[in-house]
Design a protein around this ligand. Structure first.
Ligand code: TYM
Length: 334
């Protein structure tokens, strides 16, 4: 993508925290790859969002670079799409301040992620955690974004982003493009392997998640121990058979085979076969990504260059919106 926008704009971000899971891969990254050619895309490593919970500095730095390499290893093209760190583009934080002044305490306190995270981190309920969705709205609105591919857990954040944009457009017509979420049903929510009623999260215990850096033996071991149910029938029924349905969904996403076809092929076989084949499909899909990521991480110079150049490209676009916002809001511009 050059700095001239020709296609509709797509924006999404992932936090460089914990280990990226197959939930992030299926719910977000694999859709980024599918959509990349039809949009002018920005994929951010949202390191400022990561600071809402305490981070070890060395680890945050390393994970930011690993995530950048993962974006590329998963198939995104940094010559086309803008792959960059959020903190390298100061306009995100600047726009977030402006949006803060148009966002209500009441709507922020209804955010389920805020409620969950303040329970998890009861000793550190900071203001950043509370205004997290405002920074996310700034990420998106800064680029006049059309489409935001995310998992189902981000739906509420997209709604508040749209509300803020519409509210501000009501006062200053034409200020922002109102973005649409892209949350395909098949990829929206990958569940934990040990508690399949719960979403798979980066911060969950290791046995309940498959990370993108897991080796084949760990992947096989974790799938073999995945919680299913006391029946034997392989059937897609998320309500009554969450564990089995989750495995079917993972296998389908990893292999490209439809759930119906997997179900009829495995008809009469036990859960052992389902687990084995889900593991095999996952190992097969992750292998080239892992190799490519390792190779990229060895080339520190290349990675630094990609991130620097792309941050500059993002800044050019970000400045356009920020200047427009400052002007329309009446901030004096000499
Ligand atoms: P994060 O880092 O928690 O997750 C990154 C992406 O992965 C999706 N995801 C899942 N999808 C399906 N099943 C799962 N189990 C699963 N777990 C995670 C998330 O929905 C997300 O799309 N607030 C965001 C980051 C962000 C952002 C943005 C996203 C900041 N600014 C602007 C889009 C646009 C977050 O914490 O994602």
């Amino acid at each position: 993508m050059s700095e001239t926008i020709k296609k509709p704009v797509l924006f999404s971000g992932i936090q460089p925290t914990g280990n990226i899971t197959i939930g992030n891969y299926i719910g977000a990254m694999s859709n980024f790859v599918k959509l990349e050619n039809d949009y002018d895309c920005l994929f951010s490593i949202v390191d400022l969002h990561a600071l809402t919970v305490r981070q070890d500095p060395a680890s945050l730095r390393r994970k930011s670079l690993e995530l950048a390499a993962l974006y590329i290893a998963a198939g995104l093209n940094p010559e086309e799409s803008i792959i960059y760190c959020q903190s390298h583009v100061p306009q995100h934080a600047e726009l977030a301040w402006i949006l803060n002044c148009f966002t209500y305490m009441g709507e922020l306190s209804r955010m389920t992620q805020f409620k969950d995270k303040s329970q998890k981190h009861a000793d550190n309920i900071n203001a950043g955690l509370f205004t997290y969705p405002v920074l996310m709205a700034a990420d998106i609105l800064l680029y006049q974004t059309d489409l935001v591919p995310v998992g189902a857990d981000q739906k509420q954040h997209l709604e508040i982003t749209r509300d803020i944009a519409e509210r501000m457009n009501g006062i200053h017509p034409g200020l922002f493009k109102v973005p649409k979420p892209h949350i395909p049903k098949e990829t929206a929510k990958i569940m934990s392997l040990t508690e399949p009623e719960k979403k798979m999260s980066k911060s969950d215990p290791d046995d309940s998640i498959i990370t993108l850096v897991d080796k084949p033996d760990a992947i096989l071991r974790k799938f073999k121990r995945a919680v299913t149910d006391s029946e034997t029938e392989i059937r897609f029924d998320p309500e009554n058979k969450p564990g089995v349905s989750n495995l079917l969904s993972i296998m389908s996403n990893m292999s490209g085979e439809s759930i119906e076809s997997i179900v009829s092929r495995l008809n009469g076989q036990g859960y052992g076969a389902l687990k084995q084949q889900t593991a095999e499909a996952t190992i097969e899909r992750l292998k080239p990504i892992q190799l490519k990521q390792e190779e990229l991480l060895k080339d520190k110079e290349y990675m630094a260059k990609v991130l620097k150049t792309n941050a500059e490209r993002a800044q050019t676009l970000a400045l356009r919106t920020l200047r427009k916002v400052y002007k329309k809001l009446g901030l004096y511009q000499p």
